[in-house]
Design a protein around this ligand. Sequence first.
Ligand code: BGC
Length: 405
Amino acid sequence: MKKFPQNFLWGAATSSHQVEGRNIHNDWWLAEQDHSLKVASGEACRHYELYAQDFAIACQLNHNCHRFSIEWSRIEPLEGKFDTSEIEHYRQVIADLKIHQIEPIVTLHHFTNPVWFAQAGGWTKSDLQKYFLRFVDKIVTEFAGQVKFWITINEPLVYSSHSYLLGAWPPQECSLFKTAKVTLNMARAHIKAYQIIHKIYQERSLGKPMVSIAANLQAFEICTPTLKNKLALYLRHKLYNFYFIEELLRKNTLDYIGINYYGRNLIDARSWKIRSLLMDTCCYNHHPLRKNSLGWDIYPQGLYKLLIALKKYNLPILITENGICTENDDLRWDYIREHLEEMNKAMEQGAKMIGYIYWSLIDNFEWDKGFDPRFGLVYVDYQTQKRTVKTSAGKLAEVIRNGQI
Ligand code: BGC
């Protein structure tokens, strides 16, 4: 049996656009309406109305924390016009979590932007950051008394690459220059947001907040030990996994490291071109592993390796997402169990873990992939919005109750 500390954070995550439904003021909704995206989020899981029911389930499952995002486009549907009824909505959401003794972990940006912000150039324009910072100031001023854990930006590199390099997400562009610009602007925005949040807590003599990002980390492995692949491995590990974190650490703006981990990226660089070195993956299923329903490689050992690599920063680490989309709930449980075991092994070797958050509490809208991939601990029937707890969720609940696996 492997033990976990008593005050360990255990929970699951969601994000506003993926679960709430009818987020009509953001750039995703707009792209969904003009059919530049194949699937529309529509009502999603109607979590906007059903959150209390969903949190009651999280509570039954012994979760003591819950990660969710506050939808900027609801709070500020038009530039400078803040909707107080939406602020009240999220006040209720946080209050409901507190009733269940569930610690709120609040994300301030999870891939979506208000339409007015996106149409003015969004994250490509450095002078528009001030709008995000004003939103941060507003929300943190409202909720500082109730919230300790903040995540400023979810997966900045995934956002910049999917939206500006791969052309997959709004605004569906393919520009290396813009990708770099957006990444840089997000790093700067985090640094300033961090300072704003800390200032608010200081002025109100609240205890110190815990502020971070949710960084997407991958286990990079090489298909064959060629020189090209070795260089690609070095570059990807440095650029994708650690560059952003190290930028923020240089400015002392991380109180903990939030990481999202899903699996392995098997490198097979086909040429010396920078695009190949940074992007090519093995397409022959060499070194096969079990896969999720989107074909991503399941690789729990990768989590262990990354946690050990993060030790050098000497900061608390929170797994802000780890999860699997699958129709096979036995596989989901194997995935969770094996990742918890690897995390525990890293803890025994000194990784300062403070919690584990599964993605996701409920099945939801998986961005450009639509509703087919099911990541949830809880099954959602999208016709009736009925929730059904999966067996894997019950098994995780047991681990949490016993504090051991
Ligand atoms: C994102 C989630 C997404 C999940 C599964 C993470 O990259 O933060 O929004 O649903 O991965 O793809």
